[in-house]
Design a protein around this ligand. Structure first.
Ligand SMILES: Nc1nc2c(ncn2[C@@H]2O[C@H](COP(=O)(O)OP(=O)(O)OP(=O)(O)O)[C@@H](O)[C@H]2O)c(=O)[nH]1
Ligand SMILES: [Mg+2]
Length: 478
């Protein structure tokens, strides 16, 4: 029960967290193959804690690595198989067998990533031990084969291609050159990696990656996340994987939609929220959406009421009345936050009263409510999406108020068409009794997907913002 005597709405992500606190992955591969760099790139863990400078042999499969910067992931790093030592191989087999049978979902091994450096200089692709693992677990466990350091292969092929053109006295346009280079790189991966893998077992899914920060290679990391999700057939592990990773905004958005579909988005039309205050409905939505993105936020800025009140500014133009009137005042919102049951509104017009009423009141199934809650979900998700790219481009620093404000402003400048589509759609709907929850959820998902940031269009904007929360009026006027 909350202070107000209300049974609390529990975020789905909190329930999941109890059942499966972390995603557990085993990474296998020679020392220097790029395992730690890959984990850093996918899960956004600080390089200092993850890139190991251990000598081979110090890895202990039963002493997993955890990361203070991202507590949703736990990595078991297998010892190398240099020399094909029988004892090591058996240890890995034993570990996989033990961990796949464990009772609690959180203790179980969820995936194996076999990492092998692309052998462009003629070395061997897999060690004996790795070959035995691949043969031993065909079709029984979600294993992805990751061919690493694709950038080095590309560099080598680029040099060769340039030389070949020079010898033939040919000149190529940049674009044509890129296409030709892509082709020879793909052929190289097929020849050096895919062929030997298929001769071992044709069943495995593979991907060639690089942890270099250029867009072309970043895409290989988001593709790896996508592949890892596709291979996961336990729904909770799927969501845990999408939460743990910090490289694909698409995966975070899809996880939000899955969670929304399960629970609270349905509540917009059903009776789940009846009797609850709007404040607790908004709170639970805020928590679930923020948790899904799993951004480094040690001070919990994204769960603060200040963020919630700024989000409510984004939504207010969709409240019931015309928007010419001065909207919800700063004072009214402070009152809502501090004294949810004794709000005093001074001097506002009808819209203020109506919107404040809505935020402070009890959930009711009305068109205006549906419109505003839909917008709240969409606006929060798209603000998080913007924030994701803002922080990713800065190397995932701990969250600051400045970054949150910047994301709110950038999204606010983009939200016009988003709100138009919400308004048009809501206006076209019939009465509540004829609404199908799946149709509503599908629409929310469609609006979010259609308006998410496209990485290739992303441009960074630097603005002089303070390290304190802006006022609601400042956001309105921006
Ligand atoms: N060019 C290039 N270098 C990489 C890439 N990934 C890793 N490296 C480099 O390869 C070296 C080994 O990378 P790690 O990630 O530490 O390798 P590891 O597999 O974790 O090695 P151990 O912890 O010893 O088992 C480091 O110098 C990395 O910077 C990549 O995609 N491209
Ligand atoms: Mg390592």
């Amino acid at each position: 029960m909350s202070a107000g005597g209300e049974v609390a709405l529990v975020p789905y992500t909190d329930i999941l967290r109890q059942e499966c606190p972390r995603l557990r992955i085993l990474v296998v591969g020679k020392s220097g193959a790029g395992k730690s760099a890959l984990i850093n790139a996918v899960f956004g863990v600080e390089a200092a804690t993850a890139v190991s400078h251990r000598t081979p042999g110090e890895h202990d499969i039963d002493k997993p690595l955890s990361f203070p910067g991202n507590d949703r992931i736990i990595i078991h790093d297998s010892q190398g198989f240099e020399g094909g030592e029988e004892a090591n191989i058996n240890k890995v087999f034993d570990f996989i067998d033990r961990r796949s049978k464990m009772q609690a979902l959180g203790d179980r091994l969820h995936a194996i990533w076999v990492c092998a450096e692309i052998p462009f200089a003629g070395s061997r692709l897999f060690e004996n031990g790795v070959e035995r693992i691949l043969k031993g677990y065909q079709g029984t466990f979600p294993i992805i084969v990751v061919f690493t350091k694709l950038d080095l292969l590309r560099e080598q092929k680029e040099g060769k291609l340039e030389k070949a053109l020079e010898q033939q006295d040919r000149v190529m346009e940049d674009k044509e050159f890129e296409v030709a280079l892509d082709t020879v790189v793909d052929e190289g991966v097929q020849e050096l990696c895919v062929k030997p893998l298929c001769s071992l077992s044709p069943e495995y899914q593979w991907i060639a990656t690089s942890t270099r920060r250029e867009p072309r290679f970043k895409k290989t990391i988001t593709d790896l996340v996508q592949l890892a999700l596709e291979l996961t057939n336990i729904e909770k592990v799927w969501i845990e994987m999408a939460i743990a990773q910090r490289s694909s905004a698409k995966a975070s958005i899809e996880a939000s939609i899955r969670i929304g579909r399960k629970r609270y988005w349905r509540g917009l039309l059903s009776d789940i929220f009846l009797g609850f205050s709007m404040r607790s409905v908004l709170d639970v939505l805020q928590k679930d959406i923020v948790n899904v993105w799993n951004m480094p936020d040690p001070e919990n800025h994204l769960k603060k009421p200040e963020f919630l009140s700024l989000l409510s500014v984004l939504v207010e133009d969709l409240s019931d009345e015309a928007t010419n009137n001065y909207p919800l005042t700063e004072k009214a919102v402070q009152a809502i936050i501090e004294h949810p049951t004794s709000i005093i509104i001074t001097g506002p017009t009808a819209v203020v009263v109506l919107f404040a009423e809505w935020v402070r009141g009890t959930f009711r199934k009305t068109k205006s409510s549906l419109r505003c809650l839909t917008a709240f979900i969409v606006d929060l998700t798209l603000t998080m999406d913007t924030l994701f790219y803002l922080t990713l481009s800065r190397g995932l620093p701990p969250m600051t108020i400045r970054l949150v404000s910047q994301a709110l402003r950038i999204y606010k400048a983009r939200k016009g068409p988003v709100h138009n589509s919400i308004r048009t759609w809501a206006d076209s709907l019939g009465t509540f009794t004829h609404l199908d929850a799946d149709v509503v959820i599908k629409k929310i998902a469609e609006i979010i997907m259609g308006n998410s940031v496209k990485p290739e269009q992303w441009e960074m904007r630097e603005e002089g913002l303070d390290e304190s929360w802006m006022t609601m009026d400042a956001l309105r006027e921006s």
